[in-house]
Design a binder for this molecule. Structure first.
Ligand SMILES: Nc1ncnc2c1ncn2[C@@H]1O[C@H](COP(=O)(O)OP(=O)(O)OP(=O)(O)O)[C@@H](O)[C@H]1O
Ligand SMILES: [Mg+2]
Length: 274
């Protein structure tokens, strides 16, 4: 079994579509037969909520890794009601007071052999710059940055890119910036187009992923605690996330493998990103 690809969905700016993207990409890949684990690193607990996971307050959570050296993340995995889709919920009571200050804690957990049963691990990250976010960057193989096409979001992306380059030059040289993802985009709004063009000039057009359009059904799906593909399969949001999941999969060269993964079809995500 190969190690899972670890994808962090991240942006320093709050409310930029990180959780919506994490939950819906994960659900798309799971529906295609890939084994997907979402780790909710945001104490708001929105990814777990959106995936319908109700964890007992005393149950192990993602944030336990900052407190207990003997913690095993596999013990914090919850099944969702959907096949191939699991979640490690956040600890809503985590207050940032950590017992162990180490940027590699999450990476070490994820690289445990028990985690090799997953094809991909999606990290939903908090907007704050703290040990949680630096752990996510250190553990990830690639990052996707969802962004709102507003003037202020360019600054959020610049802040995040500084952290990205710091991570690449220190703890995680193989981290890849997979793409920037405009969300709640409306091509008819000139300001949206101008911001996207500006970010595209800065990071390169090849880094721009196809936008996710504004769709109120995405917000409604979150309220109903379901990925959009189950809540409103014919919606714009469902179509956009389906196309994005497919585009990312081809970017990563899903390749044929043997038959050891039940229900996988014949696809496997290779960790290598071009
Ligand atoms: N494409 C979209 N169309 C309409 N609403 C959206 C879309 N994407 C996200 N939303 C809504 O926007 C709000 C913020 O999205 P989301 O929670 O995914 O952002 P976030 O970056 O995870 O926020 P935070 O930084 O607080 O964790 C949510 O209410 C969500 O339902
Ligand atoms: Mg969020």
């Amino acid at each position: 079994m190969t190690q899972p690809f670890v994808l962090a969905i991240t942006n320093r700016k709050g409310g930029s579509g990180k959780t919506t993207t994490a939950v819906n990409l994960a659900a798309e890949w799971a529906s295609q037969g890939r084994r997907v684990l979402v780790i909710d690193l945001d104490t708001q607990g929105h990814a777990g909520f959106g995936l319908g996971v109700d964890a007992d307050k005393s149950a192990p959570s993602a944030h336990d890794l900052f407190h207990h050296p003997e913690f095993d993340i596999a013990s914090a995995v919850h099944a969702t009601v959907w096949a191939n889709l699991w979640c490690v919920p956040a600890d809503p009571l985590y207050d940032g007071m950590v017992s162990i200050r180490d940027a590699s804690l999450l990476d070490r957990q994820i690289r445990r052999p028990e985690m090799n049963i997953y094809d991909i691990i999606v990290l939903d990250t908090p907007p704050s710059l703290d040990l949680v976010l630096t752990n996510a960057m250190a553990a990830a193989d690639g990052i996707v940055i969802p962004l709102l096409a507003h003037a202020l979001s360019a600054e959020g992306v610049r802040q995040l890119s500084r952290l990205f380059y710091k991570t690449v030059t220190t703890v995680n040289p193989s981290l890849k910036l997979i793409g920037l993802l405009p969300v709640m985009a409306n091509e008819r709004i000139g300001h949206n187009r101008a911001v996207i063009a500006d970010i595209s000039r800065q990071f390169g057009p090849e880094r721009m992923l196809h936008p996710i359009r504004t769709d109120i059904q995405l917000a409604a799906a979150f309220g109903a605690r379901q990925p959009i593909r189950y809540f409103a399969p014919r919606s714009r949001g469902a179509l956009d996330y389906n196309l994005l999941a497919t585009a990312l999969a081809s970017f990563w060269h899903w390749s044929p493998v043997g038959t050891d993964r039940v229900g996988m079809g014949s696809l496997e995500l290779q960790r290598k990103v071009p």
